[in-house]
Design a protein around this ligand. Structure first.
Ligand SMILES: NC(=O)c1ccc[n+]([C@@H]2O[C@H](COP(=O)([O-])OP(=O)(O)OC[C@H]3O[C@@H](n4cnc5c(N)ncnc54)[C@H](O)[C@@H]3O)[C@@H](O)[C@H]2O)c1
Length: 320
């Protein structure tokens, strides 16, 4: 089966590509390399069963051409920077909302029948119910979250109009090999610049439920093999959570730094649209057999070690 992965050169997308290849699929990776890397795709491209098409999801003509013989589209290409929307209020709407519509229109044109979409726990805004279930009625607190929820809604409408089957996964933050943005990345880069002191957004008590990429990709394919409805929405996270202060301690420890002074910027949120607690109700995906194997601390340590062994990834964002 031929599958297309938008954003397949990114952190999560490249792992999805690897797993699709292991399952015997031929894979078309469609990516504009704005935050992804050809280097993440080396193992995939070596198999001869994957090709990289460099293109933007907003370029419908190119996307239609790439999607010619495809049945399933994994749609990951997005502005994945949850904080970017404040500086440029159009980026989430263009990349996540119009981008998703462009993917759906291409699917309609080519007859691709199934979309797997990577949404986010940020669609829940700042919830008051924990763990937060899929049917929680949220109020939006960020343009990133709003654009992801809007994209989910458009996907479901295309399902109704054109029979495109959908599986939307609402992710917590992911960790693991090829990780290239997020709290561990930021802490390591700040500590490389100043190993004595670490500035931490918020009061450090924000609690997050980080999921390792091995568990996350396993969860996605477990669900896809078992679900059958036209429109599916599934939370995908960890059963535990950890506070940001502990993340700082673990990262400092992996860097061999013992006496780091933590300087908190204050407030219970790290940025506008951040939620003091992210903890998703996993009942739905657990019923399908999912349980994370990698503990959060282990996931954080493995991620820090990976980045420290791959300094190019820490340096490259400065160059982009
Ligand atoms: N990483 C997380 O913790 C997390 C959490 C929740 C949701 N998500 C979602 O999962 C998906 C993947 O996230 P990631 O962490 O791998 O991000 P990433 O930035 O590593 O990957 C995104 C990929 O999409 C590509 N891309 C971006 N805009 C594009 C465009 N217009 N056309 C073509 N390609 C484009 C980038 O080059 C990159 O390869 C995103 O949709 C993100 O919103 C990620």
């Amino acid at each position: 089966m031929q599958v297309l992965v938008t954003g397949g050169a990114g952190f999560i997308g490249s792992h999805i590509v690897d797993r699709l290849l292991l399952r015997g699929n031929d894979v078309i990776i469609y990516d504009n390399l704005s935050s992804g890397f050809r280097r993440h795709l080396e193992p995939a491209l070596k198999t001869g069963k994957a090709v990289l098409v460099e293109g933007d999801i907003l370029n419908g003509r190119k996307l239609v051409k790439a999607m010619k013989d495809v049945s399933t589209v994994f749609h990951l290409a997005a502005n994945a920077d949850v904080r970017g929307g404040q500086a440029d209020t159009g980026v989430d709407l263009r990349q996540n909302l119009l981008g998703t519509r462009s993917v759906l229109e291409s699917m309609r044109t080519t007859g691709a029948s199934e979309i797997v979409f990577t949404s986010s726990a940020t669609v829940y805004g700042e919830p008051d119910r924990f763990p937060t279930p899929e049917d929680y009625a949220p109020l939006q607190t960020s343009l990133y979250g709003a654009s992801k929820l809007g994209a989910e809604a458009i996907i479901q409408a295309y399902g109704e109009y054109f029979g495109i089957r959908s599986c939307v996964f609402r992710f917590v933050s992911w960790l693991g090999e090829r990780y290239s943005h997020g709290v561990v990345y930021d802490f390591i880069n700040k500590l490389r610049a100043n190993p004595k002191e670490l500035e931490i957004l918020g009061d450090g008590n924000q609690k997050k439920s980080y999921l390792h990429v091995d568990d996350g990709t396993k969860g996605i394919f477990l669900a896809l093999d078992k679900i059958s409805g036209l429109k599916n929405v599934i939370n995908l996270g960890h059963v535990d959570y950890i506070d940001v202060k502990s993340v700082a301690r673990i990262v400092s420890d992996e860097m061999g730094l013992k006496k780091v002074v933590y300087r908190f910027l204050g407030g219970s949120r790290g940025w506008l649209g951040d939620s003091p607690l992210v903890h998703l109700d996993l009942s739905k995906i657990k019923q399908l057999g999912f349980y994370p194997n990698v503990g959060i601390e282990e996931g954080l340590r493995r991620t820090a070690r990976y980045l420290l062994e791959n300094i190019w990834l820490l340096d490259i964002r400065k160059m982009k």
